[in-house]
Design a protein around this ligand. Structure first.
Ligand code: FAD
Length: 465
């Protein structure tokens, strides 16, 4: 018989949204159950953020080993054992997903394997191949994440692959066509280009990396081109024809039809929220046209005791956003006053060089009619950047004219993913450019670029005119 098991809070999905929400709810005294049909850690740890960065860093080590002539270093016969690369990547993933399991258990969260389906507002069924079990809950947090979008005539198979397939290749392809130059396609394209793959990116829009400013994507495009990557913009991918050994991709650009042959075709044109087939319709949970779950600033859906977080709600589909929303939902459920504030959520693209943005861009400030000032400082004028051979790019601060309050920052350049943290903190704590300029940054470091941009904002920079 299926005797219901009672729990306070049930979390569906153990990605960076769900597992963080579960731990925080448990810390705040809830009896928590988490249901996962795949692997702990979700997309991010298993087939997203972590393995893609492990692959990128391995590819970067190879690329720098081969191309360090400018430093007087010439390495010959550098080889890649790609199965070892995959082993390294797998090891990183295993360590982290194992850590998530240990943390959940350490916080007394009950982990249930299986697929969750809502029966009603207080009952959920978890199905495995063999059995089904009902759970009765007071609150639920849905964190079911997203999956790659498949487009017509590009059916995922052996040679037409999604990001998960691209991360799991057993050989370095000689050639790779990437359909969709968003951050996932650009990052994976960078990784394989570093390993020597001939990469072609087909982008439907006017530019790759549409979420970032043109000034920034310009820097990445230069980097990609230097790696031999071909970028075709305003290209409509039409079809892919698979054979035993490769794939023929047909696309249209400037009114002409072209075909390229490659070993693989990676399709990264976006992700779809996993909001079907979990019984949300019968609950009356309000959804948007795009299949996202509607929530308020607490993460609460239109059904009072049900919350939703991460890739299935509006906003940038990023791991740290999912975790942040998870903490807020767990706190609200536990009776604390908490709500999301998205201003200081950074977004990073781990290309070479990296792109990072936090808070307002110039375009956003303009749109809101703010009296703002944009102050830039180039990497090329920084001693550290020169000494590591990473002189491409800039850092830009967006401040209010009136009082110098920092409201946004963009970085295109080496180390951007780490440097953006200081600027997120500055926005979060309400700092002005004067505060940043007065903060002594170690010499020589990339951090000085931030300080110097603040001095530019104040009108008295030392190392630029
Ligand atoms: P997910 O991580 O998708 O987890 C959802 C979980 O729910 C899954 O494990 C799934 O199996 C489970 N589930 C679904 N339905 C059910 C059900 N009915 N019952 C039980 N379990 C269910 N983001 C960044 O911030 N930085 C990056 O560098 C980055 N790189 C990325 C690289 C790639 C290649 C990809 C694909 C994504 C990347 N992302 C990155 C995005 C990031 O992975 C997602 O934003 C993040 O994983 C979303 O977290 P989530 O908790 O909402 O969902």
């Amino acid at each position: 018989g299926d005797f219901p098991i009672e729990t306070d809070t049930i979390v569906i999905g153990a990605g960076p949204g769900g597992y963080v929400a579960a731990i925080r709810a448990a810390q705040l005294g809830q009896k928590v159950t988490i249901v996962e049909k795949g692997s702990l850690g979700g997309v991010c740890l298993n087939v997203g953020c972590i393995p893609s960065k492990a692959l990128l860093s391995a590819s970067h080590k190879y690329e720098t080993a081969v191309h360090s002539e400018d430093f007087g270093i010439k390495a010959e016969n550098v080889t890649v054992d790609f199965s070892k690369v995959q082993e390294f990547k797998g090891g990183v993933v295993k360590k982290l997903t194992g850590g998530v399991g240990a943390l959940l258990k350490g916080n007394k969260v009950e982990i249930v394997e299986g697929e969750a389906y809502f029966v009603d507002q207080n009952n959920l069924k978890v199905m495995t191949e063999k059995a089904s079990q009902t759970y009765t809950f007071k609150h639920a947090i849905i964190a079911t994440g997203s999956r790659p979008i498949e487009i017509p005539n590009f059916k995922f198979n052996k040679r037409v692959i999604d990001s998960t397939g691209a991360l799991a290749l057993t050989e370095i392809p000689k050639s790779l066509v990437v359909v969709g130059g968003g951050y996932i396609g650009s990052e994976l394209g960078t990784a394989y280009a570093n390993f020597g793959t001939k990469v072609t990116i087909l982008e439907g829009a006017k530019d790759i990396l549409g979420g970032f400013e043109k000034q920034m994507t310009q820097v990445v495009k230069k980097g990609l081109k230097a790696k031999g990557v071909d970028i075709v913009t305003e290209a409509m991918a039409k079809s892919a024809e698979e054979s035993e050994t490769g794939v023929k991709v047909t696309y249209e650009a400037k009114g002409e039809t072209h075909t390229i042959e490659a070993d693989y075709c990676l399709v990264t044109v976006g992700r779809r929220p996993n909001t079907e087939e979990i019984g949300l319709e019968s609950l009356g949970v309000k959804m948007t046209e795009r299949g996202l779950v509607e929530v308020n600033e607490e993460g609460r859906t239109s059904v009072d005791n049900i919350f939703a977080i991460g890739d299935i709600v509006a906003g940038p589909p990023l791991a740290h956003k999912a975790s942040y929303e998870g903490k807020v939902a767990a706190e609200v459920i536990s009776g604390e006053k908490s709500e999301v504030d998205y201003l200081a959520i950074p977004a990073v693209c781990f290309t070479e060089p990296e792109l990072a943005t936090v808070g307002y861009t110039e375009a956003m400030a303009k749109e809101e009619g703010l009296e703002y000032k944009a102050s830039k400082f180039p990497y090329a004028a920084n001693g550290r950047a020169l000494s590591i051979g990473e002189t491409d790019g800039f850092l830009k601060l967006i401040t209010l004219k009136e009082d110098g309050l920092l409201i946004g920052a963009q970085i295109a350049g080496s180390g951007a993913s780490d440097m953006i943290a200081e600027l997120g903190l500055a926005i979060e704590t309400g700092m002005t450019v004067e505060d940043i300029a007065l903060t002594i940054h170690a010499h020589p470091s990339l951090g000085e670029i931030t300080m110097e941009a603040a001095e530019v904002a104040l009108g008295n920079p030392i190392h630029t005119m």
